[in-house]
Design a binder for this molecule. Sequence first.
Ligand code: XIL
Length: 377
Amino acid sequence: MRRREFLGGALALGACSPVVPSSKAQENPPSPEGLAVHARRSGRYFGAAIKSRQLREDTDFTAAIARECDMVVQEYELKRGTTELKPGQYDFSGADQIIAFAQKHRMRARGHALVWYAAQPKWLEPALKLARPGGREKLMTSYIDTAMRRYAGKITEWDVVNEALEPNQGRADGMRAQSMWMQALGEEYIDIAFHRARSVDPSATLFLTDYGIEHDSPRCDRRRTAMLKLLDRLKARDVPVDAVGIQGHLKPFREGFNQAIFARFLDDLRDYGLSLSITEFDVADRGGPPNPAKRDAEVASVAKAFLDVALDNPSMRSVLCWGLSDRYSWLSNFPDYKWPDGQLSRGLPLDGQMHRKPLWEAIAAAFDAAPPMGRRS
Ligand code: XIL
């Protein structure tokens, strides 16, 4: 089949036509088909990050997750700063509830995230600094062992190492210098983490995940280059990375998006024999048109441009949003993206009232247009 041709130029926001008129999502009775049904037609999955509290307290939201998703991931309840407040004393109660929900609804579950520089318990970094070399390694692998064993067979894919790159921190190789793992073990921490994860649960798909590799900007260019060079080294050392997760936190009102550049990057990743996923999709709407309907249309338009490329890649297996409804988007609280007047960010497929927005239509349309997994248009 012939490769779909993508726009060569940057997507000009404001000039692009909306995917659907902004009122349509509200006028029409919602189709009973959730996004997972659209995803499934091409052999893919659609999911969202959730919190156990939402499942306990918000029936509307829980029903929306059940309707739209066939995959879930914990927004924070498998991060070590939540589960291991004291060394070796674990509290997996939140993640357990999310996994029980997934099992009840026959959904897949991802695990996020085993090794990360952020959201770690306060005791860990000082302990790492005091430990001998073997002990340092163990401070990392103990969590891989505990979390992966607990959910073996229930969580089928793991973000093993999250956000290893940060070219702005001065290293020529673009690796994140200000990471306790990098400082304690050097880049080899990644090798150790993946080998350990492979041996603990050989059937799990092991992901390396990162952000800032989506846009057409010098920042993302540097980050993409650093990612490809890191993969060169990991592959040369036979590190068992199965997949790359592109977080997909778009900020279209600050940085441009170019389909050809993103398509080429995904092809480069695929050439390593890797599976791909969009693991944390949302669109920061700060800086967009003040009129919410106009903003929604532009958000939907850039999302469609992005997902059309992502889903044309035969190795792209799933799209997960970081949340499902604007009622709970992290973007509404994050200093860089939140609106100064306190209004909700509108970067997720459902609005604060659980109504489908143009962004929902855009995601559905991108799935509908996607060639079957493993093939390309
Ligand atoms: C965010 C959560 O959404 C917030 O609730 C939390 O306070 C901070 O972390 N990249 C990641 C996610 O890999 O874990 C982050 O999640 C968002 C950015």
